[in-house]
Write a protein that binds this ligand. Sequence first.
Ligand code: ADP
Ligand code: MG
Ligand code: ZN
Length: 628
Amino acid sequence: MFDDKKDNQSPQRPEPPQNIPPKANKAALAVFLSLTVLFGALFLFNDGSKSKSIPYSAFLSYLDLGEVDSVQIVDQKEIEGSLKSADGSMVPFKTSIPYVDLDLLAKLKAKDVKVSGAVAGASPLQILFELAPWFFGFFLIWVMMRQMQGNNKAFSFGKSKAKRYVEPKKKITFEDVAGQKEAKYELLEVVDYLKNPQKFSKMGAKIPKGVLLVGMPGTGKTLIAKATAGEANVPFFHMSGSDFVEMFVGVGASRVRDLFDQGRKNAPCILFIDELDAVGRTRGAGYGGGHDEREQTLNQMLVEMDGFDTKDGVIILAATNRPDVLDPALLRPGRFDRQVLVAMPDVQEREAILKIHMAGIPIADSVDTQKVAKATPGTSGADLANLVNEAALFAIRKNKSMVEMEDFEDARDKVLMGVARTSLIIAEDEKKATAFHEAGHALLHYFLPNADPLHKVTIVPRGRALGLALSLPENDSYSKSRGWLFDRLVITYGGYAAEKIVYGQTTTGTAQDLRQATDMARRMVCEWGMADTIDPMAYGQEEEPIFLGKEIARHKDYSEDTAKKIDDAMKSILGKALGSAMEILARERSKLDTLAEALIQRETLEDADVKTLLGIIPLHVPAQAARA
Ligand code: ADP
Ligand code: MG
Ligand code: ZN
């Protein structure tokens, strides 16, 4: 079944017409030629009118000589008439009257000339002649526009410019994407659906319309989107968010419409919108109002997505590295309601990526891929692809037939220097500090009675965080006990405490943790009545100012005295939490060192890995009364 589908969609299939077909071109040429001939003829005809034009003075002389037979005064500006020639025949003439000649009528009467008057009636031919240059001009402009539409995309305003991604000789599949297990797993459902839409619709199952790939630049979002199309064997339409944004109002919206039309025509298929944040930023945020054109484009996109039915067999993928700035409307159910994280690679994944890109290149035995992977922390898939290419170039420069380890070392220095400027490349000691910081967060999970179990801990950077220790909530409770909140605070201070214990000082990497802890403590005191020293009341009201974007301001509706009490209560809670974190980590210092060392080596550890490593039997007591 896929074979005949493939035939249908082979690249030879005619694209939707974007140029004017040759036939239309010929017709335009014919019209153009016949019009030219017509106007040419008119021009000649008009110029070759039968009456001879003579000067007014000459006319007066003829009049004096009595040779004028009859005249017709047209609009008191022109005289047409006939002259008697010597042989008695009449010769038509015309002349214009240059001044108001009051004696004219008397002179004509004296010579007994037949006089009549007339109003200049424009003949249809004359009208045509006068309008001719206009017609001609408009026609030329029209022809030019058509031509440019054909040849120059810049003039095809409303067209989507969506590039249909023509399969290279070898189709891109998930095999070409190293690592990214979670992302692939999520997208496999999309692949399944595109391969067999009926299966899903029969069961009444809903497939997400839009999937948003979120990840830092170079992590392979575009690659994995293409691979999804390759796996499903469907056409892939690629368009970048910035392509929608033009200076002409309404162009973006019309391009969106066109893109979705193409999708409908070619279903089943994948529409891919790269850099979604270029169009999808929150509307009306910030001072000075929004950007009309962009808002219109975004609105059109929302409308199109709503008007879509997944039954149509069109899946919309989008990519962004700034999901935080996206308009919330884009993320609502029925739009990009599924987010897939495309993460930075860890050591093993880096090795796998290197191997993929080394596949087509002669590599000497001396090259230790694992070592290269270890030496490139904080690099993305794109950086690594670049690294392999640079290494090959170094080898070529030295006239070698194989790429050797030293070429990789040279390439690494070159690439990482570039990377250091653009993204996060982590120095060895910074990596170590991050490892201790994250180990501090992670370790505390095992020594606090009310904490959720650890999910995993990583020092692979994500977003702006250098690392991450993720908890796995046991159950989805929406209401949290004071005990849980306090233990959460202790864990949040874990990074800070570990840095303090190991280095005696802390880094700026703690900023986010401190903000989180402070925020949580404030809510415990002001919203949840969890401080003993202050009456359980709701202090302060949150309001969302319209013009400040999403910053939340707290409206102070309590006295200075109460403010002091709130501060004291928060300080007390936070102090206890930090004290607890310091105490536990100092006590378990050897475990902290072991865990940090393992993180430096392996970068990511799961809960089970940590338990085996540290020989921990988890202390886990179900939710309990407060202990703060
Ligand atoms: P993004 O769209 O996230 O910025 P790209 O998909 O454009 O990143 O990735 C750029 C290049 O980096 C890809 O073409 C590919 O060569 C390489 N690359 C990135 N991630 C991977 C990966 N997981 N496996 C193999 N190659 C990768
Ligand atoms: Mg990309
Ligand atoms: Zn931290």
